[in-house]
Ligand binder design. Structure first.
Ligand code: NAD
Length: 358
């Protein structure tokens, strides 16, 4: 059966890094006869320039039709003064909610070869391999009512609603338990159950779910303690699951532990396993067009696509291992460079990877 992959290069360094990832896809497609059909569409600022909207209907339809989506990044100074409703970043929120991509999977992996680029001591982070599962379409970012109102005394008051239904908690919980099952079998659920009723319910539902996963060891942490533990001893964690806002903050902190924004992939999945795969970084306008961006986060996103949407774990492993071998050869783009290594361009890194895969 043919799998349709939609490629959304986006803005800034997006087209540069996605070009290298597409070469990898083409290479694997031919080598393993994967029967992948690649289609391309515009998104973000590039789409706005042509269609006056960052998420044209044609792109949304192509996304609905695809089995998996590879996204570069969107945004940049050119579009910053636009009305918020048509800013490039709006396209991402639109895609996530239109495609019901409620589960955000963000691995924080520190290849031992890169331990010295982290701001933490190498012994604390070397070999870190943590997966954060963040709920992406609910919680306080979407709860109603929300807004800013004027009180009787004339003062302004801002308010949001933190709400999760049982079914929303259960579906993200299942993804987290299943992910832990495929890894080291340990899941830590993060909440603020001592203060917020909504996360008290979160904890109850996670406990109920754990009965279906006796092989997974479930623990709970309050979010403030989880933040401390992430910095103190991050290697104690295997999989963490949490709501939208806590996940937003913790996953960025975890990413920074690795010290290399250019190395971290992510996946956003729907109920059926269809997903959008993208590096966690943005469009890096400061280095766009210079052929120095690190393409590995995008290429590692492809590995996640193979694992989670296309059910090709061996191909995913092949990509992951090839990236490890490039690092063993001391090939580094500028963002992960350290003394004594060989500094390479975006295209050189991509070409070296293709050579490894052949
Ligand atoms: P950014 O992630 O684009 O860049 C932060 C820093 O990291 C920059 O110094 C950049 O040069 C560097 N960097 C990022 N990716 C890199 C890579 N692959 N290789 C080497 N260095 C890399 O964050 P920002 O500067 O805050 O945002 C720039 C634009 O990207 C903004 O318009 C923002 O809204 C957008 N953005 C988009 C996404 C997305 O598309 N998913 C995510 C975050 C930010």
């Amino acid at each position: 059966m043919k799998n349709k992959i939609l490629i959304l290069a986006g803005d800034g360094i997006g087209p540069e890094i996605v070009t290298e990832a597409v070469k990898v896809l083409d290479c694997l497609n031919t080598k393993h006869r994967l029967n992948l059909e690649l289609n391309h569409a515009l998104i973000g600022g590039a789409a706005y320039d042509q269609f006056q909207t960052p998420l044209p209907t044609s792109t949304l339809e192509a996304a609905r039709d695809a089995d998996a989506i590879l996204l570069g990044a969107v945004g940049g100074p050119k579009w910053e003064s636009l009305d918020i409703s048509v800013r490039p970043e709006k396209a991402l929120l639109g895609l996530r909610s239109e495609l019901a991509l409620f589960a955000n999977l963000r691995p924080a992996i520190l290849y031992p070869q890169l331990a010295d680029v982290s701001s933490l001591k190498p012994e604390i982070v070397a070999g870190l391999d943590l997966l954060i599962v963040r709920e992406l379409t609910g919680g306080i970012y979407f709860g109603q009512p929300r807004g800013i109102r004027i009180l009787a005394n004339g003062e302004r008051e801002g308010y949001n609603t933190y709400v999760y239904s049982e079914s929303e908690i259960r579906r993200i919980g299942r993804i987290a338990f299943e992910s832990a099952r495929k890894r080291d079998g340990r899941l830590c659920s993060v909440d603020k159950a001592n203060v917020l009723e909504v996360t008290g319910l979160w904890r109850e539902v996670m406990d109920e779910l754990s009965k279906d996963y006796p092989d997974v060891e479930l623990s709970h942490l309050y979010v403030d303690n989880a933040a401390m533990q992430l910095i103190r001893a991050p290697k104690q964690f295997d999989v963490m699951v949490t709501g939208n806002m806590f996940g937003d903050i913790l996953s960025d902190a975890a990413a920074m532990l690795t010290g290399s924004i250019g190395m971290l992939p992510s996946a956003s999945l729907d109920q059926a396993g269809k997903g959008m795969y993208e590096p966690i970084h943005g469009s890096a306008p400061d280095i766009a067009g210079k052929n120095i961006a690190n393409p590995l986060a995008t290429i590692l996103s492809l590995a996640m696509m193979m694992r989670y949407s296309l059910d090709l774990p061996e191909v995913a492993d092949e990509i992951d291992l090839a990236v490890g071998r490039l690092l063993d050869q001391n090939l580094r783009t500028e963002d992960i460079y350290s003394a004594g290594c060989n500094c390479v361009s975006t295209q050189q890194m991509g070409a070296a990877l293709i050579k490894e895969l052949h």
